[in-house]
Design a protein around this ligand. Sequence first.
Ligand SMILES: [Mg+2]
Length: 370
Amino acid sequence: MRIVSIETRSYRHPFDPPFRAAWDPVPRASQDATLVIVTADDGTAGYASGGDGLPDRELLERLLRGVDPRDNSSVRRTCETVDFHGGRPWAVEVACWDLAGRAAGMPVWQLLGGDGGSLAAYASTGELAGPQERASRAVALRDRGLRALKIRFHHPDWRDDVRVVEAVREAVGDEMEIMVDANQGWRMPGDLAPPWDLATACECAAALEPLRIHWLEEPLPTADVDGYAALVASADVPIAAGEMVRQEHEARDLLTRGGIAVIQCDVLFCGGIGGCRRIAGLARELGRSWSPHTWSNGYGLVANLHAACALSNHGYVEVPYDPPAWSAGRRDWMLPFVLEIERDGTIAPPPGPGLGVEPDLDALERWRVA
Ligand SMILES: [Mg+2]
């Protein structure tokens, strides 16, 4: 089996009303996404999307033409060399896993050696909401079977965010795990707001400790590995970070020198499924866990879900879900179906070989821009 071509199709899907992501100063009136189609010499194709900034298609095609898509070492290492010089090529690597799964007649999670095809979902909320609104949405999630949710911080004063967590804890009692995302690891393009400093991160962690949170995510810039080490030494809550790292060594440093409990690399942003498999293995050896960031589009969620079902030693997986602002339908506009969380709070990748998604290219045409 050999790769013969790599095609890309770009889409822009409108959001009306716009989605007001807590971490983005600009409301989102649309979402851009590129679908990667890797075709093999037997006529079969693999598909993937998620992660902005795909490098030059012609370069990827030239370098990967003739390579067996099931030879992950060759595919991943070639993509690494492209990644170094700019752009994230990892949707190509994921599309090769899709091809490999189709060729083997098994889902990617099984191809990766996984022993179970589902995980407990945590509803990853996206909007900023006040205490009452967030608490009532949390109760609705609990009543729908969810066992965990993640709350975004972004009020001008973080103490107001802590009040939101207090209200949610009071509303759901101990029936739900609560993750907290401070979103201080990185900034959207052009957002020059200063990140928290170590003192703020420590103070916030101390304020959250009595609320029995599951983890505190990205309270410091990703590059501040020494800051993470100091925070971990002082804080009594598990610390998660690394959702946007691009290199394995950054993940290694956050785990080893930074001492974080949960590394969150996304297969579309860091090393593909093959690269995150290595990071997940390191985390496991250190007695920590890998629990991927999944917030890009429906395809990105599906790819990370397959990888998490096979490789994650964490009990929960991120599922972007904050109805009505961010419904499953809004999230999954690229997919020919909506991926639903089961009534018992678990989520499974779509069944079928590869990633389990056969894209409806005709239906997607209406959003096509290139
Ligand atoms: Mg995050």
